[in-house]
Design a protein around this ligand. Structure first.
Ligand SMILES: C[S@@+](CC[C@H](N)C(=O)[O-])C[C@H]1O[C@@H](n2cnc3c(N)ncnc32)[C@H](O)[C@@H]1O
Length: 263
């Protein structure tokens, strides 16, 4: 178990000064855990950005919830939770809810359970046969669909369907058309090599779901997904209703979709 961390409380306090004292952002920042795991790949050296991504996720969730009458949020799943970039904010935004973090990275879930005191579940690569013993009123999925091949993406959506309560919300992020344009324009490669970039652009044009593995990796890379492709999948799952969508809604980068499970 590797629980080494860096304490970022000074940087976090500096960031708080950017927000009015009565704002939700200020108050969440004041309360959230300030340690970041040494192993967290989502921390790239910019503490303010790391915390702002968490705040932005909460804004996406609040905007989604505002479309629902009488939301009841008692059980929350953050999958993939990684090392808690968003989970730390969920703990503070929903202090009375039962929170579960789930990830395939054992160090990540160890860090989350020790640091935030939440229940954690070790995930599997193949989700088609995985069924947990519980259902959730809110599932947050930040940046997993963005890394997986079409077949795994379909399994992921069905996994979420099996674990959503009736009346529950699934909020997830995807790389949308604007990310594909950035890759086409050569502004970004997202870690793909030249062959990967071509493959991703070609498959996106063909089907609306573009994907390529990271160099040297199998079954893990970068995906770009059109809204039409996603809506085609939503229509195949009984009881799903799209209640919110925002292009580049998360951190002005990934698209956000919110599904209500009606029955
Ligand atoms: C880009 S990171 C995002 C982590 C977190 N949501 C955040 O915003 O900091 C993607 C995460 O997906 C996890 N992951 C990959 N495949 C998974 C699977 N089958 N089940 C659960 N987590 C998975 C990785 O371990 C990694 O933590």
């Amino acid at each position: 178990m590797n629980l080494e961390y860096i304490d970022m409380s000074t940087e976090k306090e500096k960031l708080m000064l950017e927000y009015p004292q009565e704002s939700l952002e200020f108050n969440l920042l004041k309360k959230v855990e300030s340690t970041i795991s040494h192993k967290d790949d989502m921390y790239a050296g910019n503490v303010a950005h790391y915390f702002k991504v968490g705040l932005s996720a909460i804004q996406c969730i609040d905007s989604s919830i505002s479309n629902i009458e009488n939301p009841k949020i008692n059980n929350i799943l953050d999958m993939p939770c990684g090392y808690g970039r968003v989970l730390r904010f969920l703990c503070r935004r929903f202090p009375n809810a039962n929170l579960t973090g789930m990830d395939i990275d054992e160090n990540g879930i160890d860090f989350c359970t020790h640091t935030f005191g939440v229940k954690v579940i070790h995930s599997k690569k193949k989700l088609d046969l995985l069924t947990l013993g519980s259902k959730f009123d809110l599932i947050w999925c930040g940046s997993l669909l963005t890394h997986i091949e079409t077949i795994f993406a379909v399994d992921l959506l069905h996994f979420f369907d099996r674990h959503l309560s009736v009346g529950g919300l699934l909020i997830f992020s995807s790389h949308g058309n604007s990310v594909c344009e950035d890759i086409k324009d050569g502004k970004k490669t997202y870690g793909l090599d030249e062959g990967g970039v071509s493959q991703l652009i070609r498959s996106y044009a063909e089907s609306g779901y573009g994907y390529a593995n990271y160099p040297g990796q199998a079954d893990y890379g970068i995906s770009v997904t059109s809204a039409e492709w996603l809506r085609g999948q939503f229509n195949k799952i009984q009881g799903w209703k799209e209640v919110y969508c925002k292009e580049r809604g998360w951190d002005n980068h990934q698209d956000i979709f919110c599904i209500l499970k009606n029955f």
